[in-house]
Design a protein around this ligand. Structure first.
Ligand SMILES: NC(=O)c1ccc[n+]([C@@H]2O[C@H](COP(=O)([O-])OP(=O)(O)OC[C@H]3O[C@@H](n4cnc5c(N)ncnc54)[C@H](OP(=O)(O)O)[C@@H]3O)[C@@H](O)[C@H]2O)c1
Length: 254
């Protein structure tokens, strides 16, 4: 198949590209690094010429403030218009479990808008909702740290390995559109404050974790189950210990 992976050099995107090419598909990785800008529309028509499937795993370069909302709004409008013009037959999108419950956050408002536009577009689609990647724990630390301490909601999370998400997307891309949302998650749920404490201990970062029910998560107030998947979610085998052992953090001396 002829497949374009938008965000094809990102964390998930480069893994999806490698898997699809390994199966013999013709795959273009589209991003600003390859001359395609989904916010301005530059290069989109050219890269989509002849494409049957688009996998959108792009992300806003800025995760906080209003910037991500603006990014997802502009990008999805350009992308869907260009896909319709090019005759794309399946739009596959990666989003986040709980997006619809996190409207206080500009990031998740942007993701919800993205999903709504996909549903209304008339293009056959599949949306995959994944929980937080293990790799994203570091981003959570970076946006939550203040004065050697992290204030984190004691809400539950059920993180998943980004490689498992990429494998699922590579499968979905070559299957018929679901015209709906499916969920995937890792095997273990744990309070965010506790798993981040485990991660900090592992990387020997000298921060104190304070569990604070009012601490915002990318601008959203979290209930204990806001980030948890439903009972139908596909659960992957890789847990935190398995992931950390094969990660760049294992055995590093700081
Ligand atoms: N992080 C998590 O825990 C998590 C959980 C569930 C779902 N997700 C979703 O997974 C998706 C991918 O996340 P990721 O961590 O793999 O992202 P990432 O590593 O930050 O990669 C983002 C990609 O988007 C591209 N990009 C950024 N701005 C662009 C623009 N204006 N035009 C074209 N391409 C652009 C980047 O390439 P260039 O810089 O070359 O443009 C890069 O290839 C996101 O939509 C996110 O919501 C994330």
């Amino acid at each position: 198949m002829n497949i374009v992976v938008v965000g094809g050099n990102g964390l998930v995107g480069r893994n999806v590209v490698r898997r699809l090419r390994g199966k013999g598909h013709e795959v273009a990785a589209a991003s600003r690094a390859t001359g395609v800008d989904i916010v301005t529309g530059k290069g989109l028509a050219q890269v989509l010429e002849g494409a049957e499937v688009v996998v959108d795993v792009s992300n806003s370069p800025v995760l906080v403030g209003e910037a991500p909302c603006d990014f997802f709004k502009a990008a999805i409008a350009n992308l869907l218009e260009a896909e319709a013009a090019a005759g794309v037959q399946h739009h596959v999108s990666l989003s986040v479990v709980g997006t619809e419950r996190l409207g206080d956050s500009p990031y998740f408002r942007g993701k919800a808008f993205q999903e709504q536009r996909i549903r209304e577009s008339g293009l056959p689609f599949t949306v995959l909702h994944a929980t937080q990647f293990f790799e994203f724990l570091l981003d959570i630390v970076e946006v939550s740290v203040y004065d050697q301490a992290l204030r984190l909601a004691p809400a539950y999370i059920q993180p998943v390995a980004s490689a498992d998400v990429a494998a699922c997307l590579a499968e979905l891309a070559v299957r018929p559109p679901r015209n709906g949302v499916i969920e995937m998650a890792g095997p273990e749920r744990e309070r965010m404050s506790e798993i981040i404490q485990r991660f900090l201990t592992q990387i020997e970062a000298p921060y104190d974790v304070v569990a604070d029910p009012l601490a915002p998560y990318f601008g959203a107030r979290l209930a204990s189950d806001s980030l948890l998947p439903g009972t139908d979610a596909h659960l992957c085998a890789m847990d935190f210990d398995g992931w950390i052992e094969q990660s760049e953090y294992w055995g590093a001396s700081w």
